[in-house]
Design a protein around this ligand. Structure first.
Ligand SMILES: Cc1cc2nc3c(=O)[nH]c(=O)nc-3n(C[C@H](O)[C@H](O)[C@H](O)COP(=O)(O)OP(=O)(O)OC[C@H]3O[C@@H](n4cnc5c(N)ncnc54)[C@H](O)[C@@H]3O)c2cc1C
Ligand code: FES
Length: 337
């Protein structure tokens, strides 16, 4: 059995099973309702039940008071439908709709994905979640007041742990620490989400261009798109120096096998003779140029080192890419700040 839920004012509709929360079912159906803790504690998911009835679920009284209930309000992260429903809530349409939070977190797990790439998974306190758009990033807040930015590599659908791919910058204050001293159970402080590098709604084919750990936010974007069966054509060009630097090729190849609308093109700039590399070589943005004479019908999402992002923008626009169809996160560094 399922119930039908209509969201006002958007008119969007989704179905929900009796044992599912309204928030969980809406997110699964691709509708971004606001949320914070997903645990009945913060009130960020509060909305109005205009018609129908709900089971309020387990929540803290401070997050949903008796007066709130009398006004028809409910916490959608814990409320379950007991009839067809019409609810009123403003869907998250842009980064500005998501509140920025500062949170403590614990390093849950670390894994070296390549000689100079560390994946770390962060766990938030049990009553907290970080809502974000796939492609956004967070900042580590260091003890001396400095910040270091890293893109979220997990998709929002799998947000019980926050996944980051951190490249070692030798001599770098923070990444030296990650590779030399950080260990599981360390406590850090983060703030986020930030940034506007997320997939726009469009039917245009999308070209993703990743340099090194620029793959991280693109992984989040693509996994979110696959989860919601986004039908547009997507191609990923992922560039690095040598084969081990493309640290999750198995995953990208698996996507290519599973998704009809996705292609993966790895590109190496410095393959060694012993690699016997059969694939594309050179700079990754040049490989995209070699394959496309005219970019006017495309959207491009580029992420990685600043020179790569700048070259891609300049050269793709020279071949017809509209400026408002180029989205990027340039991995600038924040020394001194
Ligand atoms: C929005 C955003 C998202 C980012 N996401 C990621 C991510 O997902 N994964 C990731 O690996 N990196 C990412 N970066 C880059 C990352 O933030 C920096 O590499 C990091 O801040 C370096 O910190 P550090 O303290 O180790 O180095 P610092 O002590 O700040 O720097 C030491 C010196 O190393 C050099 N340096 C520092 N960073 C870089 C760099 N990125 N490239 C070249 N030289 C550098 C500079 O000369 C600098 O003076 C992102 C950057 C931004 C702005
Ligand atoms: S009460 Fe925090 S998200 Fe629902």
């Amino acid at each position: 059995m399922t119930y039908q839920v209509t969201i006002q004012p958007s008119g969007h509709q989704f179905s929900v099973k009796p044992n599912e929360t309204l928030l969980g079912a809406a997110l699964n159906a691709g509708f971004s309702l606001p949320y914070g803790c997903r645990n009945g504690a913060c009130g960020a998911c509060k909305g109005k039940v205009l018609a129908g009835s709900v089971d309020y679920g387990t929540h803290q009284d401070s997050a949903l008071t008796h007066e709130d209930k009398l006004k028809g309000l409910a916490l959608f992260c814990c409320a379950k439908a007991t009839s067809d429903l019409t609810i009123e809530v403003k869907e998250v349409g842009a980064a500005k709709d998501i509140p920025i939070k500062t949170l403590p977190c614990r390093v849950e797990r670390m894994e070296k994905l390549a000689e100079d790439v560390m994946a770390i998974w962060l766990k938030l306190p049990s009553n907290e979640r970080l809502q974000f758009l796939p492609g956004q990033y967070l900042d580590f807040l260091l003890k001396d007041g400095k910040r270091r930015s890293f893109s979220l590599a997990n998709s929002p659908e799998e947000d019980s742990l926050l996944e980051l791919h951190i490249r070692h910058v030798p001599g770098g204050q923070f990444t030296d620490h990650v590779f030399g001293a950080m260990k599981a159970k360390d406590i850090m402080r983060i703030s986020g989400p930030y940034g506007s590098f997320f997939l726009r709604e469009s039917d245009k084919p999308a070209i993703f261009l990743a340099g090194g750990t620029g793959f991280a936010p693109i992984k989040s974007i693509l996994q979110h798109a696959f989860h919601h069966a986004v039908a547009r054509e997507c191609v990923l060009y992922w560039g690095a120096k040598t084969p081990p630097d493309l640290y999750l090729t198995n995953l990208a190849e698996q996507w290519q096998q599973e998704q009809n609308n996705f292609r993966f093109i790895p590109v190496l700039s410095e393959p060694r003779a012993e690699d016997a590399w059969p694939g594309r070589t050179g700079y990754v943005h040049q490989a995209v140029l070699d394959d496309h004479a005219d970019f006017s019908g495309y959207e491009v999402y580029a992420c990685g080192a600043p020179p790569m992002v700048a070259a891609a923008k300049r050269d793709f626009m020279a071949r017809g890419l509209p400026e408002d169809a180029f989205f990027s996160d340039s991995f600038d560094y924040q020394s001194g700040g």
